[in-house]
Design a protein around this ligand. Sequence first.
Ligand code: CA
Ligand code: CA
Ligand code: CA
Length: 535
Amino acid sequence: MKKNCWYKVTASVLVAALLLPGCGKAVNEKMASELNVIDDKYRTTYEIFVYSFYDSDGDGIGDLKGVTKKLDYINDGDDATDTDLGCNEIWLMPVSPSPTYHKYDVTDCKDIDPQYGTIEDFDELVDECHKRGINVILDLVLNHTSVEHPWFKASSEAPYNEYYNFTTEPQDGYEALAGSDLYYEARFWSGMPDLNLDNEAVRDEIKDITQFWIDHGVDGFRLDAVSYYYTGDDSKNIEFLTWLNDTVKSQKEDAYIVGECWTNSSTYLKYYKSGIDSFFDFDFAGSEGTIAGVARGTSAAANYGKALEKIESQLAEVSDTAIDAPFYTNHDMARSAGYFTGKGSQDKVKLAGALNLLMTGNAFIYYGEELGMKGSGKDENKRAPMQWSSTDLTGMCNGPADMDKFDMKYPALDEQAADEYSIFNYYKAAIKLRNMFPVIARGKTVVVDSLSDGDISAFVREKKEESTYETDVERLLILINTSDESKEVDISTDDMSKDYGNIVYSLCTSEEKCEYNGGKVVIPAYGIAVLAAGN
Ligand SMILES: [Ca+2]
Ligand SMILES: [Ca+2]
Ligand SMILES: [Ca+2]
């Protein structure tokens, strides 16, 4: 391991500099300038529902100019500042014309919904992202269109009669077509007819659509509902995804593609055979996933490390280009504020965020997750307006019309930004940890069994042998305390971990910090200690 200057600074100074914004400014700046942001596909991606993010023109609906205005919040492009979150990719939920607020039923896949702005606004957003080192991936809805799409409206005649799936008999997943004796496939809702993806003309249209957005500068795509392409037929889905991956990569070799295959890992692992870079890791996500279970304490801390080791080895087996796409919550899931109740619930919201951001791969955060926003029940509630401020309502969106009225559990951004122990500042510190050490996103996990138990997850994150990126730190020991009390972990007698005498990062939920003393690491309740070798 090469020596570098900063981690020889004493642990206590580092801890203060990293975790107390505004404290130890000189060291803070030094640390920030040491960020190792690598231009590859192992990013930290911020999912944005444009409708509810930031409204630039006062009509109450978020828009593309609004996202552009708020890019400095996501990443200001300057490694020397850390007022920004530090994400380096955004996923825009659908932005094309649509009759609904959520816009997953598209009427023109090669345009921008007028509620969101114009294609010029889109070009400007992409430019401004790229200036800041932020990649842009766009939601691509290929399973279905809107019933209002001109193709469906013309589907009584050639060639559009073959763009969709019609039958003469009623069957599961089909809807009666008004004014005819036909039924059309519509797996989600009568307003969303499924496309016939076997049709060559439909595939040509898709090729045009991906080329259109690549010409407008996007860096990749998020694929909606891939297991519904051919409902119930994984091999046909994989065949289509292989065609799509080849098509997009021939248009843009380094495009990043992530698919939504809302199943468990035994199914979505198979989909990696298609060559698609990533599939969302649903096993870890949501109120019943691995992350929430470990944070809640209903699952042993040790299970987190074990689950990481397992998914990483399964991914390595199925493909040598597979990149995990961990996430904790998204627009279809209840928000995290409601996952935990009682004592320690805010600590658990924070810890869960870190368990997501400590995973290997391209980690995703859903807008507002970094504030512990609330929202459950109907979908509209999960897509509430971003809480910029509760006093200055500039740019505040109205949110979906059918959203229930409810109060947030935690304060808005301006208040949280000023509180060094807020959920927001914790998330920021967790993203910074991810940016600072390239092995966190790109390495592999090796569990330290002898130190792992119900309360402690202990593992080494190390650079994979075949990896070529440059890093000064090739190995870290990560110790996570998921319990509600301080724990002392004796690493001095364990062969795998005894050489890690240097706390390089301490991610804690309160003013208490991790400490190293003569082979023992003291970790506060819900705290995370990150150690490098040496002392
Ligand atoms: Ca607007
Ligand atoms: Ca910055
Ligand atoms: Ca389908």
